[in-house]
Write a protein that binds this ligand. Structure first.
Ligand code: MRU
Length: 342
């Protein structure tokens, strides 16, 4: 882990625990409104994750960690089976973000081993959040070291403070490199259909006074063709044992484009995003969201239809580097991943 580095640009916290419980910054409303929702039950948290009040794999995991505290409080009288049913409900909210399942598995272990599950889970959830923020700062420092001076970067979706406990993974790398004066241009892809790039990443850059340029997703190829991008920097929802990853739909297209144009691809994610049970990208469950997110209302119930997969798989051979809090793996493969996870 890298420490003793000065970290600037760290002002955003999407998940907060206060004396009266859990608060989530409602990301459906950004950038128009900054409202925190008070989450008072596992049912409400399930709904909030499903509807993307909180989104981004690490932030979902952190919300679920606090969700376990709420679940333990709700099932205090009913007992262990009821607690497990509430964790299972949270696990069914979204299928692709591995951090959700890793957090819930850890919560289960904490609860079983404790005589006072509520307070043990609360201390553990605070640690889970704090560890995520320090992992992101380490990822930022390791990732920034990969860039030459004067680099131009493109990011996709929002793998920023909003998608984590704070600071961000891909945006943590970009924050750190910007702080170091290494970047001459930051591009953010719009990220249709939910517009995480135009609504959320731009909001983060604006908040912290970091100059960035929005592009339509379909403009990326042309920018690369003109030689305007050196690195594509993205996060991940899942990293498999062979180094394949899943991330926001459109990441795979960028990876193929990057390979074609000699642009490098960095995947920045904490080790809580690694799925030890997934040998390769073939076993990743890709979330399909409602067609109403993309289908114009006129066509609903008509002859035409829509398909809305919201993640895709990028194979390891298209990835230049996976950056975790433990360091940088260049050209990832099964052997290097084994060393990382041992
Ligand atoms: O559907 P979302 O907004 O939850 O998707 C988020 C992403 O794809 C992020 O890139 C990923 O979770 C990494 S966040 C640090």
């Amino acid at each position: 882990m890298i420490d003793n580095e000065i970290v600037l640009y760290d002002s955003i916290r999407p998940v907060r625990w206060q004396a009266d419980g859990l608060y989530l910054l409602d990301q459906r409303k950004l950038p128009d409104e900054e409202v925190y929702l008070h989450i008072v039950s596992t049912q409400a948290l399930y709904q909030a994750i499903k509807e993307m009040v909180v989104r981004g794999a690490p932030a979902i995991g952190i919300a679920a960690a606090y969700g376990a505290v709420i679940a333990a409080t709700e099932s205090k009288q009913a007992g262990r089976q009821d607690f497990q049913a509430r964790l299972d409900l949270l696990a069914s909210s979204r299928p692709t973000a591995v951090n959700l399942f890793n957090a819930l598995k850890a919560a289960q272990r904490i609860a079983v081993d404790s005589a006072d599950p509520i307070s043990s889970l609360l201390s553990w959830a605070h640690r889970w959040l704090a560890d995520d923020i320090s992992a992101n700062k380490a990822i930022g420092a390791y990732g920034a070291r990969c860039f030459a001076a004067g680099s131009r970067v493109l990011t996709h979706c929002n793998a920023g403070a909003l998608a984590t406990g704070g600071y961000g993974t891909a945006l943590g790398v970009i924050r750190k490199a910007y702080q170091n004066g290494q970047l001459t241009h930051i591009y953010s892809a719009e990220t249709r259909p939910w517009n995480q790039g135009s609504r959320l990443s731009l909001w983060e850059f604006e908040q912290e006074n970091i100059p960035a340029t929005l592009i339509a997703d379909s403009a990326a190829a042309s920018l690369m063709q003109k030689g305007l991008i050196d690195w594509v920097v993205v996060g991940a929802d899942s990293i498999c044992r062979n180094g394949d990853i899943a991330n926001k739909i459109g990441t795979y297209s960028l990876a193929v484009l990057a390979k074609h144009h000699g642009v490098k691809l960095m995947v920045a994610a904490p080790t809580t995003t690694i799925d030890l049970s997934a040998e390769s990208g073939d076993s990743i469950v890709i979330e399909q969201r409602a067609v109403s997110e993309i289908l114009p209302a006129n066509y609903v119930d008509g002859v035409v239809n829509a398909l809305n997969p919201v993640f895709d798989v990028t194979p390891a051979h298209l990835i230049s580097a996976i950056v975790t809090e433990k360091g940088v793996i260049e050209s990832p493969d099964a052997r290097k991943m084994r060393v990382l996870t041992e």
